[in-house]
Each structure stands twice: as C-alpha cells, then as structure tokens.
Design a binder for this molecule. Structure first.
Ligand SMILES: N=c1c2ncn([C@@H]3O[C@H](COP(=O)(O)OP(=O)(O)OP(=O)(O)O)[C@@H](O)[C@H]3O)c2ncn1[C@@H]1O[C@H](COP(=O)(O)O)[C@@H](O)[C@H]1O
Length: 108
C-alpha cells in the first residue's frame, strides 16, 4: 500500500503511530463505505451497532481463553482483534483515539 492512511507507515514514524493510522483508515471506511471492506460492513450491518458490540465480546472471550492457555502469540493476536473492534466502536460513537489517550493520561 502506498497511502499511509491505508496502513503503510514510513520508516521514520514512531511505532505508536500505528494506532492513529489504523483509526484514520477506520474513519475513511466510515465515510466512503467501500465495497469489500470488512470495516465498512460493520458500519452498515443489519444488526446496527450490535454487530461490533458482539465482536468486542467475542474477541474479549478469545483473548481470555488464550491467556488461560498461556498462549502468548494467540493472546497478542486476539488483543489486536479486540483493539481494532474497539476503535471501530469509537468511530461509531464519534469518539477518537485522542479521547482514549486523554483518559489514560489523566489517570497516569
Ligand atoms: N486490524 C484490522 C482487523 N483486525 C481484525 N479484523 C477482522 O475482524 C474479523 C475477526 O473476526 P474473527 O476473529 O471472529 O474471525 P472470522 O471467523 O473471520 O470472523 P467473522 O467475521 O466471520 O465472524 C476478521 O474478519 C478480521 O479480518 C480486521 N479487519 C481490518 N483491520 C484493519 O482495518 C484496515 C481496513 O480493513 P478493511 O475495512 O477490511 O478494508 C485493514 O488494513 C487493517 O489494518
């Protein structure tokens, strides 16, 4: 991919920029609703917001099971699925990664 908003980061970007890039991609899927996009399908799902809420629940359960199995690789993968779906939920609710950052910072 050549457009940084579509997922590719440049070598001099800090690793934490991935969350902003992912969120920007999610926001653009919400705006453009391209065909074939899994993210877009969550925004237009017949179940409404329940579709993403169910995924958040599922991915949470899968992460818990991976932790109980002591499967660190699976725990990482399921956690990535969970974070992605949480970010879709944020976009759905007109929240932003910055809202999450601000909340965490306030507690620090
Ligand atoms: N990070 C993710 C990401 N993480 C998880 N997923 C999807 O979330 C779903 C997780 O579902 P499951 O783990 O339950 O596996 P499954 O059996 O395929 O799931 P079902 O949908 O069939 O229930 C899968 O379809 C994954 O592809 C993601 N889909 C997209 N992204 C990012 O979003 C960007 C835009 O993606 P599109 O919207 O697809 O263009 C991509 O470039 C990625 O960076």
């Amino acid at each position: 991919m050549s457009d940084p908003a579509e997922g590719e980061s440049s070598a001099d970007e800090p690793p934490e920029a991935v969350l902003d890039e992912l969120f920007a991609t999610i926001e653009s899927r919400k705006e453009e609703l391209p065909e074939g996009s899994y993210t877009a399908s969550l925004f237009t799902h017949e179940k409404g917001e329940n579709a993403v809420l169910e995924k958040v629940g599922e991915e949470t359960t899968e992460a818990i099971l991976a932790a109980k199995d002591d499967d660190r690789e699976e725990l990482t993968a399921e956690s990535a699925d969970l974070v992605y779906h949480l970010l879709v939920l944020f976009a759905m609710k007109d929240l932003d990664v910055d809202d999450l950052r601000a909340e965490l910072r306030e507690r620090f």
